[in-house]
Design a protein around this ligand. Structure first.
Ligand code: ADP
Ligand code: ASP
Ligand code: MG
Length: 421
């Protein structure tokens, strides 16, 4: 007998009919002789709707109350899924994040899981029931308060439970057939990847492929959990995300996938004195404001003025805080002005085979040149190359790059549901 954790995303539990369909799928897994633990997201766009509602009530919702509000979404689906399973004649019990032992730190809106104590889930399984757990939520022991794990965090809940229960597999059910070579909503000829290393998936997730939440991939990597991303709308095999064993050769495609990210902004600090220590001062100011930056570019110094410009990218959501922090230190650091630009897009190509193949950058830049797209910034890791372009060219860019690296399939991918938010 296997223990299987199954997570159903919002698009898979969007309405009553979907909930019944998902319940039948869960029962099928149970009847095949498995123990089943289910993690559910909020129905459809519930989380977005609750966020909008909060913002209509106040511009500055208290983080604690926001988490109280948002966790209601997953509570609704967990109870409905449990009811639907019971109506099919199987025992099912729903649990909130705290009842399921998802212990987190105290950071509302972006809490990290620090411990998982799923005693009640284990009891339910040993009594032959199916356990349904509300995703995306946890509990902080010190404050006694409810927390959320960040948008898309139900994936992390599922992987963390799979690790704590030593499950055989963590199945992530969604509205596409698995992980594709690009988002099938913007690249219709993207094709499904059968197997991908967690290292590559981490790079794709970190660079905008939101089919899996980055912290879930990190968790799976650290705890050796195998993830199977698949569709809740059919029984096709999906994509296995795995950790290759030390020393075992795997055949690595040069480019595994392409990801895009429109959530970043670019800040340029203009007229920075070109003397040692200024970059340190700027990025200390940014770090002290708790802001995560991604790419950095420093221009060649203009000889006459003895100053230079430094640009960096960061999440748009942190733009205001970064500008305020820099303004506060403007005199001390001695730069001339700051420019903010949120009309940028980032495109990344990822592939473990890049480590041993030269010419990938040349091929990428040529494809972008031929599509008439200007590159503003470049950054690389061992298995990734990213470029920043204008936001309104990103769709053209991803289509061109996907074709140039020979990733196009003969048939169009099917996206079953959802708005893609
Ligand atoms: P869920 O509601 O199941 O959590 P998400 O919307 O979070 O679903 O994730 C599924 C969506 O991720 C797909 O509909 C697809 O548009 C998007 N996506 C982005 N990049 C990829 C990719 N490389 N492969 C598959 N889907 C992707
Ligand atoms: N409902 C939450 C969200 O929309 C968590 C999730 O779906 O994973 O972000
Ligand atoms: Mg998701």
């Amino acid at each position: 007998m296997s223990l299987i954790v199954q997570k159903f995303g919002g698009s898979s539990v969007a309405d009553a009919a979907s909930i019944k369909r998902v319940a039948a799928r869960i029962v099928e897994t149970k009847q095949a002789g498995n123990d089943v633990v289910v993690v559910v997201s909020a129905m459809g766009d519930t989380t977005d709707e609750l966020l909008e509602l909060a913002n209509e009530v106040t511009e500055t919702p208290a983080p604690r109350e926001m988490d109280m509000l948002l966790t209601a979404g997953e509570r609704i689906s967990m109870a409905l899924v449990a009811m639907a399973i019971r109506s099919l004649g199987h025992d099912a019990r729903s649990f909130t994040g705290s009842q399921a032992g998802m212990i987190t730190d105290s950071q509302h809106g972006a809490a990290r899981i620090v411990d998982v104590t799923p005693g009640r889930v284990k009891d339910a399984l040993s009594e032959g029931a199916i356990a349904i757990v509300a995703g995306f939520q946890g509990f902080n022991r010190d404050s006694g308060d409810i927390t959320t794990l960040g948008r898309g965090g139900s994936d992390t809940s599922a992987v963390a439970l799979a690790a704590a229960l030593d499950a055989d597999v963590c199945e992530i059910f969604t509205d596409v057939d698995g992980i594709f070579t690009a988002d099938p909503r913007s690249v219709p000829l993207a094709h499904k990847i059968d197997r991908i290393t967690s290292e590559e998936m981490l790079e794709l997730a970190a660079n905008g492929a939101k089919v899996l939440y980055i912290r879930a991939v990190e968790f799976a990597r650290r705890h050796g959990v195998t993830i199977h991303v698949r569709s809740s709308f059919n029984h096709n095999e999906g994509t296995i995300v795995y950790n290759p064993k030390e020393g075992v050769e795997v055949e690595e495609p040069i480019i595994t996938g392409v990801a895009t990210d429109l959530s970043q902004a670019k800040i340029t600090v203009v007229g920075v004195p070109d003397v040692p220590g200024k970059a340190a001062e700027i990025f200390t100011t940014i770090a002290n404001a708790g802001i995560n930056i991604d790419m950095i570019v420093q221009n060649v110094s203009a000889n006459e003025s003895g100053t230079t410009d430094i640009s960096f990218t960061l999440p748009q959501t942190e733009g205001e805080a970064a500008l305020a922090a820099l303004k506060a230190d403007e005199k001390g650091i001695g730069f001339a002005s700051v420019k903010y630009d949120d009309k940028i897009g980032k495109l990344s190509v990822v592939g473990a085979g890049m480590k041993t193949n030269s010419g990938v950058s040349a091929q990428l830049f040529t494809a972008l040149f031929e599509a008439g797209i200007n590159i503003e910034m470049i950054s690389t890791s061992e298995i990734r190359i990213s470029v920043v372009t204008r936001a309104d060219t990103i769709n053209t860019a991803v289509l061109a790059v996907h074709t140039a690296f020979g990733l196009d399939s003969d048939t169009e991918a099917i996206v079953h549901a959802g708005t893609g938010r």
